[in-house]
Design a binder for this molecule. Structure first.
Ligand code: NAP
Length: 495
């Protein structure tokens, strides 16, 4: 079989892959492909469609900066609208024809002799490319907990990342495991219909009030006619988010700590306003600092637990039987449906999402685990030439994925632009630049809630298996974009 060759292979056709594709087009690349294991684009916004799914960042902020969307119906839009936005952007920028769906990538290996990547597919075939970009997201491998007896459960099991739209909760006795951002959105929806709903909570989540508004038709017309108006709204939502993340989470030791405390107070007031039972309130109160793990927004979460058909089980799960969940306090809850809102295997399955072997046989997954999780500017790793990993340690700017995409596209522009200008064919970040960047990130994270706060009991996926909070990049969006636009070109060997 002849091996098909591309200038660039992008793995993943979610918002990161689509953004990378748009940037490649701007740089003049046409011979590139996006490979996606699903049968449609949109990544997480295609895969997730459980009831109640909305974005938990205002959509004015949750969109490509260069592509404001006047069609959002509300400030916190539904999952369906976001999927539609992914479709619209992919079509507008003519990305769709570059996507190959239902293609599962097994791994990629750098061929030093031919200076290219060989990408192995699950069907046994191989593709090759000068450049490789992995856009595999952080939350793409659903996590099924290994609870004793879970496989002997005889009722229906549904993971939120594999939702059956035909499922009707009416009259069902449902047990939901998981109280992360997904559980917080789904549980109030299930509670409307279920005969009985028990929520199995291991770690309470911080929930703050959600200030949502519907965009009336005239506002949408205004946004369509004058995109500047929408940009003005975005400037506000961006600033609110940015201040919360940066000063609330990252500058823990400074006077800005008050912001973090302020958000904590808001959550406390919400609990107090919605729950009368002090014992229930106590169980729903996190015992770690806000920010250690992803907080979320909801005006319905606490109130849901006051409904007669909803119960909170916070004693921990001992085991699962054919028709029931047994808690550590001995309580046996009969259920006919088990909903797993148990999130994703992040560090285990996503760093990296496929096996990647660079120069001199360096295996990325092994190297990260044997040294530290690290990536220069959140995208480049020494010994991995012509490779950008968009879901890397120190990549995510926190809460809003599109800010991350903005600096990564800026970096692609500078890096590929320089490679082209020099008539070069390879780039690789130097070990010195990588170490310098890692030192800076380590120093900055030292002032964050992750190091200076109380995160011991949070079970947060922001922390890697070595206990370091290397998922987030502790800089402002502005500074990340500036660095992406101005990093010393000598940080890369370009040849
Ligand atoms: P998650 O935050 O990882 O939450 C998983 C939940 O399952 C946690 O409550 C966890 O408990 C529980 N769990 C896992 N294994 C368990 C076990 N063995 N026993 C008991 N409980 C167990 O996952 P998620 O809620 O799907 O959210 C993941 C991320 O997706 C969010 O943080 C957010 O970034 C994103 N998200 C975004 C949106 C949006 O914007 N619309 C919506 C949903 C999700 P522990 O906490 O004790 O581990």
């Amino acid at each position: 079989m002849t091996e098909q060759h591309y200038d660039v292979i992008i793995v993943g056709a979610g918002f990161a892959g689509i953004g990378a594709a748009i940037q490649l087009k701007r740089l003049g690349f046409e011979n590139f492909v996006l490979l996606d294991r699903e049968d449609d684009l949109g990544g997480t916004w295609y895969v997730n469609h459980y009831p109640g799914l909305t974005v938990d960042v205002p959509t004015t902020t949750y969109s490509y900066f260069f592509e404001p969307n006047p069609n959002w119906s509300r400030l916190f839009s539904t999952g369906g609208e976001i999927k539609q936005y992914a479709d619209d952007v992919a079509d507008k920028y003519d990305v769709r024809r570059h996507i190959r769906f239902n293609v599962c990538v097994d791994g990629a290996r750098w061929d030093d002799e031919d200076s290219l990547w060989r990408v192995a597919l699950a069907d046994g075939s191989t593709l090759s490319a000068r450049y490789l970009i992995t856009a595999t997201g952080f939350l793409s491998q659903p996590h099924t907990p290994e609870i004793p007896g879970i496989h002997s459960f005889e009722g229906r099991v549904i993971h939120t990342a594999d939702w059956d739209d035909a499922f009707d909760a009416s009259g069902k006795r449902i047990g939901v495991i998981g109280t992360g951002a997904t559980g917080v959105q789904l549980i109030p929806e299930l509670a409307k219909k279920a005969a009985d709903l028990t929520v199995f909570q291991r770690t309470a989540i911080w929930v703050v009030p959600k200030v949502d508004i519907r965009f009336p038709e005239r506002a949408r017309r205004l946004f369509a006619r004058f995109p500047i108006a929408q940009r003005a709204v975005r400037a506000i939502t961006d600033s609110v988010y940015e201040s919360f993340i940066f000063v609330g989470l990252h500058h823990r030791q400074t006077a800005f700590r008050r912001l973090n405390v302020g958000a904590t107070d808001l959550a406390k007031m919400l609990r107090f306003a919605q729950i009368r039972d002090p014992e229930l309130r106590r169980k729903l109160t996190p015992d770690y600092d806000l920010g250690c793990k992803r907080p979320t927004f909801s005006n319905r979460w606490y109130r849901t637990f006051t409904k007669p058909n909803v119960h909170l089980q916070a004693a921990g799960i001992e085991s699962i039987e054919a028709g029931a969940v047994v808690a550590k306090d001995g309580t046996r809850t009969p259920i006919d449906t088990l909903v797993l809102a148990t999130g994703f295997d992040l560090w285990e399955a996503n760093f990296p999402a496929i096996e990647i072997v660079g120069r001199e046989g360096r295996n990325l997954g092994k190297w990260w685990r044997e040294t530290r999780f690290q990536a220069y500017q959140g995208v480049s790793i020494p010994y991995f030439p012509n490779f950008l990993s968009l879901a890397s340690p120190s990549a995510f700017l926190g809460l809003n994925f599109f800010n991350t995409m903005e600096y990564q596209m800026t970096l692609m522009d500078r890096l590929f632009g320089e490679v082209k200008r020099r008539g070069a064919t390879t780039f690789e970040v130097t070990e010195e630049a990588n170490s310098r960047f890692l030192d800076t990130m380590t120093e900055r994270i030292g002032d964050s809630v992750f190091v200076a706060g109380n995160c011991a009991s949070s079970r947060s996926y922001y922390f890697n298996p070595q206990g370091e909070a290397t998922l987030l990049r502790p800089t402002t969006t502005k500074s990340a974009i500036k660095q992406a636009a101005e990093f010393p070109l000598s940080d890369y060997r370009i040849a």
